[in-house]
Ligand binder design. Structure first.
Ligand code: GAR
Length: 208
């Protein structure tokens, strides 16, 4: 059984997609060991409680410095026996110390087709504002492994979403979530739980 540690900062709809996929059997061989938020008010923590899953808040505000915060985060993951860390709308950077402890065992959902609209400063609604600003016709979402860069790790799954002429950042964000994120994030977890993901030379191969 693959033990998941899900890191969140906000609404937690991607967390919900994983919880639902486990409940429905779409994800097998995986369970959520802990949900950790950097933000005490995150609605995602209520979703965890409603699903009967352990929720924790580890906030940088409660620590003297960033290193102590990251140490507490890593310790919480390890104490819960987490095998796979899922960044599900976690808007805090992951330092090399944690990346190295969980090499190719941290995945992130990003709301664009990487390498477009990603990297420092591209998160949440800003990604969709940038896509509309540039006038691209297609956007989407990407699940990738986390390395020491920002949105630079091996790509696991991507799904495209068409942009409409009357889209606002909000309508586009919603459609990218519905049509892409809530599908490919649980799917990636399921593939990893089935042992079907292999990483070679920075590229992912999905085993049949
Ligand atoms: C999602 O759209 C996710 O892709 C994005 O934050 C949102 C969280 O929503 N993540 C990033 O932008 C990471 N760079 P949620 O809390 O409802 O899952």
């Amino acid at each position: 059984m693959l033990k998941l540690g899900i890191l969140v900062s906000g609404g937690g709809t991607n967390l919900q997609a994983i919880l639902d996929a486990i409940a429905s059997g779409r994800i097998r061989n995986a369970c959520v060991s802990v949900v950790i938020s950097n933000n005490r008010g995150a609605y995602a923590l209520e979703r965890a409680a409603a699903a009967g899953v352990k929720g924790r808040c580890i906030s940088p505000k409660d620590y003297e410095n960033r290193d102590l915060f990251y140490q507490a985060l890593l310790q919480e993951l390890q104490e819960n026996g987490v095998d796979l860390v899922v960044l599900a709308g976690f808007l805090v950077g992951i330092p090399p110390m944690i990346v190295n402890a969980y090499e190719n065992r941290i995945i992130n959902i990003h709301p664009s087709l990487i390498p477009s609209f990603c990297g420092t400063g591209y998160y949440g609604l800003r990604v969709h504002e940038a896509a509309l600003q540039r006038g691209v016709k297609v956007t989407g979402a990407t699940v990738h492994f986390v390395d020491t860069g920002t949105d630079t790790g091996p790509i696991i799954l991507q799904k495209a979403v068409e942009i409409r002429e009357d889209d606002t950042p909000q309508s586009l964000q919603r459609r990218v979530m519905e049509q892409a994120e809530w599908q490919i994030l649980p799917e990636a977890v399921s593939l990893i739980a089935q042992g079907r993901i292999e990483v070679n030379n920075g590229k992912v191969r999905i085993k049949p």
